[in-house]
Design a protein around this ligand. Structure first.
Ligand code: CTP
Length: 415
């Protein structure tokens, strides 16, 4: 979405202005065309040359600069833009925007803008929590402006609190979402599980598998972008959870089961992308098992609960999507798994193949549904696969709902 988009980056007077330089660089890398608009105070922190160099465009600041062709063009500029991002946004610009003040280029442009606006606050914790700021943020949000929550941590004042500029990745994600027009999942509550589980052997060792969590995280990201509320229950991964998801980190299959059961009732769609360990050790040791160079070690393993089956049994109105990691006879084993787990849609992939599945950024899957449909998707990025799975789930659910006999829904809904 970012590639080719015309953006305005407003920078206001906060020490976090230097972080906006990194944001600008990433926006440019993603192919966005960016015009930077600074306030007078912002220039005290980072000079125009930095913005000009990184954006490749003149920097706008003065409403009445006779040298600037754009100076009187704030309306035209606001009209051309696909989105305005203000990062960092001080308490002052939030207040001015909330009240419609227009006393410099940026505030005037915000008043003229009809495109989506994203405000990324950064300020001292006390200023963020001040009732005046809270009221201004509420006003802006009620008007459709996206105002991100600041991060918590160490602040420029030396104190700790909520007020830090969110990480660049979170801001980029918010911009992507702002530019994504399809919000066909608004109102959906999607429960996604991701990653492997770890079943302890002793305090330092565990049983697990090669799942990276990328597919589940891609599903959560795609669903959030399309307007869904997402609960992401994930085993240990090296990934940063997408901002906006309710993130529940877990370790074991039992923890994943408990977390999933807590959310099943309110879910409208469940997608079980996690690679749950099939076995756990009967008695994980309380202290580290000493190695013996002469004797082997026998561990007694017990099956973990089949979470997917249990969720399907307690589904309520939720549409249930499962995954199948197969190494041979993908279609036959997938069809059997679909039936035995009592689910609606199964995403089957051959994890023995190189370049797809586990740890990879790509996937190539077969979508099998309980009405007999089978769709082979070509190899795609996991985010694109995620989009196709969500599309298929929506189409199948709609076709089933339209069927006159709920017990025998549409025999073969169209993709
Ligand atoms: N699954 C689960 N709980 C388990 C095992 C698997 O919820 N204890 C879910 C996975 O999240 C996935 C689906 O079941 O959505 C299929 O996982 P897979 O490992 O392919 O199948 P298994 O049921 O473990 O069967 P098998 O290993 O025999 O193929």
């Amino acid at each position: 979405m970012l590639a080719g988009s015309e953006l305005i980056l407003g920078v206001t007077g906060s020490i976090a202005a230097y972080k906006a330089a990194y944001l600008l660089r990433e926006l440019r890398r993603a192919g966005a065309l960016v015009t930077v608009v600074t306030t007078a105070h912002a220039e005290r922190f980072v000079g125009a040359l930095t913005w000009r160099t990184l954006s490749g465009r003149p920097v706008l600041s003065d409403l009445f600069d006779p040298r600037s062709e754009e100076a009187v063009e704030h309306v035209a500029l606001a009209e051309r833009a696909h989105a305005v991002i203000v990062a960092p946004a001080t308490a002052n610009i939030l207040a001015k925007a909330a009240h419609g003040l227009a006393d410099d280029f940026l505030s005037t442009l915000l008043l003229a803008a009809r495109c989506p606006v994203l405000m990324v606050p950064a300020m001292d914790g006390g200023m963020w929590s001040h009732p005046a700021t809270s009221a201004n943020v509420a006003t802006l949000r009620a008007r459709g402006v996206t105002v991100l929550e600041p991060d918590s941590g160490e602040l420029a004042s030396g104190l700790a609190g909520k007020g830090r500029l969110p990480e660049v990745d979170s801001i980029l994600e918010a911009v992507e979402r702002l530019l994504t027009p399809v919000r066909d999942l608004a109102g959906e509550r999607i429960l996604v599980t991701a990653g492997p589980t770890r079943e302890p052997i002793d305090p330092v060792r565990y049983l697990s598998n090669r799942s990276s969590g990328k597919m589940g995280h891609a599903l959560a990201t795609a669903a959030l972008r399309r307007g869904a509320e997402v609960v992401l229950i994930s085993g240990p991964t090296s990934l940063t959870p997408p901002s906006g998801a309710v993130y529940v980190p877990v370790q074991t299959a039992e923890e994943m089961r408990e977390a999933a059961l807590q959310h099943i009732e309110s879910a409208t769609i469940v997608i079980k992308a996690a690679a749950v360990a099939d076995y756990r050790v009967r008695d994980p040791r309380a202290s580290k098992i000493k190695s013996s160079k002469t004797e082997g070690l026998t561990l007694e393993l017990l099956p973990t609960p089949d979470i997917l089956k249990e969720l399907a049994a307690r589904r309520g109105r939720a549409f249930i999507v499962g995954f199948a990691a197969e190494t041979r006879d993908v279609r036959a084993s997938g069809t059997e798994k679909l039936r035995s787990k009592g689910i609606d849609l199964l995403v089957a992939n051959d994890v023995s193949r190189q370049g797809i599945g586990f740890e990879s950024d790509d996937n190539e899957v077969l979508l099998l549904d309980r009405w007999g449909g089978a769709i082979e998707l070509p190899r795609m990025r996991k985010l694109a696969v995620a989009g196709a799975i969500l599309d298929r789930a929506l189409a199948l659910r709609a076709a089933a709902a339209a069927s006159p006999d709920p017990a025998a829904p549409h025999p073969r809904p169209l993709p």
